[in-house]
Design a protein around this ligand. Structure first.
Ligand SMILES: [Zn+2]
Length: 460
């Protein structure tokens, strides 16, 4: 039996008028979920009509683009794109019942970790991550399957409907090309004691960041310490409860710990949360009474819990805004890859900027105290300042991203006398933009500006 329905997969992401363009989905009800692809760059996970999707992403994947049909000005798909996007963002493709986070080995590792010298820890982590380069999905160093799928569907929908361009609300305020945020997870007492110097460093590059503070066990958190961050207009978020790597181990325990975490959120006046080690289970997020979370990596090949949300944009999980981690962590760069340059970050920013997405960094105060590491961090800040100056990147804080993304989600695009107009709180910062096709590519352009390719605009 096949389910056919028109689907507006664009309005949520692009904030175009609802129902402006739709696609039609014809997918088998209760079909087995699996992997397939859509064109060259989008890996999909979901049910597929007429074909059996692959069980693993490493197999040769069926290209569902070959099965697209056009009927009465509508694109007909053998799958539901909203279901696929949801499956990618919430990591429904990973085997949630046995993530590595809950394994005995991981539990044991966490138990003995404080007793291990750093050299042994690094060695254990490296051997645990062996083979990461051979993984086929999510893509490395950035996965943008969600963006690529939507871009291709939009191209097809414009063509099918014979519409020249689709108006939408630009992704970032004041027409900024993309966005970058800096976050600092404070791991131990030495990191806490380095925060003041780190704020000086960030300030010297004109950047405000967010400090994630562990409330219990790791170090003492005084009101004075929190105030010293707030006073300088930096942000505070809650980082786990006690960072023992067991937050998501079982649901009952998680609920109890979430209650404590929520209370610390109120006490710290923090709107944001990040779990230790980027452990997560997005299905449980409604227990977290925060405005935003920052625990989901884009492509978690080098993290203890693998998976990734395959998008370079924030997205909502219920009422919680997920601000994903799209850039490699400093710890991974220095200790797993053994690199002391910003090359990987440059590569990642290029990919994210080509999608007008969000670059979100985790730099630990604990790991950049050394001069060599600090130099690398300063080169990164210099690079980001250059992107702000020359490429119009919005460098801001997670709290600001959260405020903007919520406002944008409530704005409406309406047709006024002199064209499309934006209505809603914050509209003076928002910009009307258009998506159109040129030479087979999707072009995105702010009103009154020359269009740029959705896929080819590169930073230097
Ligand atoms: Zn941490």
């Amino acid at each position: 039996m096949t389910n056919t329905k028109p689907i507006d997969c664009f309005a949520g992401y692009y904030r175009c008028p609802e129902g402006y363009l739709v696609v039609e989905s014809r997918r088998a009800l209760n079909g087995r979920k699996g992997y397939f692809r859509f064109g060259g760059e989008a890996t999909c996970y979901g049910a597929l009509n007429g074909e059996d999707p692959a069980k693993t992403p490493g197999e040769t994947l069926y290209d569902a683009r070959d099965r697209v049909e056009f009927e009465n000005g509508v694109v007909c798909l053998p799958f539901d794109p909203l279901e696929v996007i949801e499956n990618l963002r919430t990591e429904a493709y990973t085997n949630q019942s046995h993530p590595e986070a809950f394994s005995l080995v991981a539990a044991l590792y966490y138990l003995i970790r404080p007793c291990l010298p750093v050299g042994v820890r690094k060695h254990l982590q490296r051997s645990r991550l062996r083979g990461w380069e051979q993984l086929s999905f999510p893509s490395w160093p950035v996965d943008h399957s969600v963006e690529s799928l939507l871009e291709q569907l939009l191209l097809l929908a414009l063509k099918a409907a014979g519409v020249e361009r689709m108006p939408f609300i630009w992704f970032w305020p004041e027409g900024h090309s993309s966005c970058a945020i800096m976050t600092h997870d404070v791991e131990e007492a030495k990191g806490r004691d380095f925060c003041d110097i780190l704020m000086d460093i960030d300030d010297s590059f004109g950047l405000k960041s967010s400090f994630q503070v562990v409330p219990e066990k790791r170090y003492t958190v005084t009101p004075e310490f929190l105030e010293s961050i707030r006073q300088r207009q930096f942000e505070i978020a809650v980082h786990d409860l006690n960072h023992d790597g067991r937050l998501y181990k079982n649901y009952e325990q998680f609920l109890q710990q979430a209650e404590k975490i929520n209370a610390y959120g109120t006490q710290y006046k923090a709107d944001g949360f990040r779990a230790g080690v980027l452990y997560r289970n997005q299905q449980w997020y409604d227990a977290l009474k925060f405005s935003y979370d920052m625990s989901v990596p884009n492509s978690a090949r080098l993290d203890p819990q693998r998976g990734g949300c395959c998008t370079v944009m924030p997205y909502f999980v219920g009422n919680l805004l997920e601000i994903p981690v799209t850039m490699m962590q400093d710890y991974t760069l220095f200790n797993i890859l053994n690199r002391y340059s910003i090359d990987v970050w440059r590569e990642q920013t290029k990919i994210v900027m080509a999608k007008h997405g969000l670059m979100s960094f985790i730099i630990h105060p604990d790991f950049i105290i050394g001069l060599r590491e600090r130099k690398v961090y300063e080169s990164l800040l210099e690079y980001l300042a250059g992107l702000r100056q020359d490429h119009g990147v919005w460098i801001t804080t997670p709290g600001e991203v959260n405020r903007w993304w919520r406002q944008r989600a409530r704005m409406m695009l309406v047709e006024g006398r002199s064209g499309w107009e934006i209505e809603g709180l914050g509209k003076e910062r928002a910009r009307v933009a258009y998506a159109s096709e040129q030479g087979g590519r999707l072009m995105l352009a702010l009103e009154d500006r020359a269009p740029v390719s959705a896929a080819k605009k590169e930073a230097t």
